[in-house]
Design a protein around this ligand. Structure first.
Ligand code: ADP
Ligand code: MG
Length: 258
């Protein structure tokens, strides 16, 4: 594994006050209990990697945090404000949470630039000129500035995912959620996306990242949260988690992916 870059050194980055706080969150899909008494606090500037077997509830956890899914009980608060049920307050809070999906989810019939300007103009009321300036800067930052006028399908998967990151950042989120952002990518494109994520982490972005990329976790995460069967089974720093997990379930999982 290439470990060439300067380490952002998670341990030395300052961690602030609690930003995303889940308390006693429960969620069912019909009779299926997908989230069981989830308690999780993510502080400002913290990078948390969520790892666990398929079906353990990782995506559902992400989706509840920006209210793409409702919860049955418990509370979710972002920056001290409890997630409201609906309305403008919800739209505002949702803008605080940037989300990047496995499948990019770009608007297929809009140019790369339009993909990034749409949210800021429609939701945040930015002028078209201001949104374009901002979008161009973000596309530059993720290394795809020269693709601005193309349609998503004309880009590689790695480029599309970097556009998706730029699009999320254009809303000035307080926290970024990544749900297996590199799982749909060809191997040679994984690092170009992870590099952008590592640099975001180094700049102090608060991030919740569902991934099995151990290299990313080691480089950038303050904490690894291991989920199984809808529960948080174990939490520890990446080094401890990957070398000496304390639960049998984590040991079993790691023996399958490593
Ligand atoms: P993970 O991301 O860890 O693979 P998910 O959160 O996607 O897990 O899914 C957790 C469980 O919930 C799985 O058993 C999955 O089949 C189920 N599930 C996810 N979404 C839905 C849904 N919309 N309706 C019914 N069941 C769902
Ligand atoms: Mg998932």
């Amino acid at each position: 594994m290439a470990e060439t870059q300067v380490k952002p050194d998670a341990a030395s980055r300052p961690i602030g006050e609690p930003l995303v706080v889940l308390e006693h969150v429960d969620k069912h899909f019909g009779s299926l209990h997908v989230l069981k008494d989830i308690n999780l606090t993510v502080r400002r500037g913290e990078v948390v990697v969520v790892i666990g077997p398929s079906g353990s509830g990782k995506s559902t956890l992400c989706r509840t945090i920006n209210r793409l899914e409702t919860i049955d009980s418990g509370t979710i608060a972002i920056d001290g404000t409890r997630l409201p049920e609906e309305g403008r307050a919800l739209a505002r809070l949702r803008a605080d949470v940037g989300m990047v999906f496995q499948s990019f989810n770009l608007f297929a019939h809009k140019s790369v630039l339009e993909n990034v300007t749409l949210g800021p103009t429609k939701v945040k009321g930015l002028s078209r000129a201001a949104a374009r300036t901002k979008a161009n800067a973000l596309l530059e930052r993720v290394g795809v500035a020269n693709q601005a006028d193309k349609l998503p399908a004309q880009l590689s998967g790695g480029q599309q995912q970097r556009v998706a990151i730029a699009r999320a950042l254009a809303m000035d989120p307080q926290v970024m959620l990544f749900d297996e952002p590199t799982s749909a990518l060809d191997p040679e494109m994984i690092n170009e996306v992870l590099d952008v994520m590592v640099s975001l982490a180094a700049e102090g972005m608060t991030m919740i990242v569902v991934t099995h990329e151990m290299g990313f976790a080691r480089k950038a995460a303050h904490r690894v949260v291991f989920m199984d069967g809808g529960q948080i089974v174990e939490e520890s720093d990446p080094e401890t988690f990957f070398t000496a997990p304390s639960s049998e379930r984590a040991r079993d999982f790691l023996s399958k992916i490593l």
